[in-house]
Design a binder for this molecule. Structure first.
Ligand code: ADP
Ligand code: MG
Length: 250
């Protein structure tokens, strides 16, 4: 029982702490994410949500504690190796190559290519082209493949960046406020996309919009002042007096 529970846990955050000049942005935090789980992390501004993702993806080193991904300690790896191990991270602002087309943006994200230069000398094979077309369909950009990324709406850029991450087939996808700035329709589509993605991998999403959270979350973790305040279904955490207190207090 115990071992099967363990093997089902893709991500284990153990007693994670990071201190910036004595201020603990994340404070002795532990949580576990399962295979094919869609976890949403909420919490007031400054709760430590982004800092948590920074530590999982190796951008920030914890002061103490560990992050295990499929049993491997990510806190001992550099960012590049963490990506290779199967962790994809999307930051809050979309970073796509504005002057390249949607197709080219997806193409340079294909794992066999390690940069812009190699991508320009890289030979396109039919299976890569097909994979890019399938990806574009998944991220609602099938009719935009030839458009420059700079011409896309903010929401479409967010989708493109998710697609670029997916080209590397991450087993754990970390998304920081992916629907910020999206229209209601785009939010709905993104909700569907994330739910589909979680069928094949684990997804951790930071989000504020509780309607969106309720629609997509398998489980919600609430952070406050770097600590775990509450955890459970969206309905459970919304009914938790500690959560209500923190949100009304803001
Ligand atoms: P959230 O994403 O939940 O809004 P953050 O993780 O961005 O919160 O920030 C948590 C707290 O840590 C904030 O008070 C922020 O100012 C502080 N913080 C984050 N990164 C740094 C840093 N590199 N140096 C100093 N303080 C930081
Ligand atoms: Mg943040």
């Amino acid at each position: 029982m115990l071992s099967s529970q363990r093997s089902n846990q893709v991500l284990q955050v153990e007693n994670l702490t990071v201190s910036f000049d004595g201020f603990k942005a994340v404070d002795n935090l532990s949580l576990q994410v399962e295979r094919n789980e869609l976890r949403v992390i909420i919490g007031p501004n400054g709760a430590g949500k982004t800092t948590l993702l920074d530590m999982i993806c190796g951008k920030t080193r914890p002061t103490s504690g560990r992050v295990l991904f499929e049993g491997q300690d990510l806190t001992r790896m550099n960012e590049y190796r963490i990506v290779r191990t199967g962790v994809g991270r999307k930051f809050q602002t979309p970073s796509v190559y504005e002057d390249l087309t949607v197709f080219e943006n997806l193409e340079i994200s294909f794992p066999r290519m390690h940069g812009l230069f190699q991508s320009l000398t890289f030979k396109r094979t039919p299976d890569i082209v097909q994979r890019i077309q399938e990806m574009a369909e998944q991220i609602f950009l099938a009719d935009r493949l030839g458009h420059r990324a700079g011409q896309l709406s903010h929401g479409q850029k967010q989708w493109l960046e998710i697609g670029m991450l997916l080209m590397q087939e991450p087993k754990l996808l970390l998304l920081d406020e992916p629907v910020a700035g999206m229209s209601p329709r785009e939010r709905e589509q993104t909700g569907d996309l994330l739910s589909r993605l979680a069928a094949g991998r684990s997804v951790v999403v930071i989000e504020h919009d509780m309607d969106f959270v309720k629609r997509i979350a398998h489980k919600v973790t609430v952070l406050h002042q770097g600590k775990l305040l509450s955890e459970g279904s969206a309905a459970e955490v919304q009914a938790d007096p500690r959560v209500i207190d923190v949100y009304l207090g803001h």
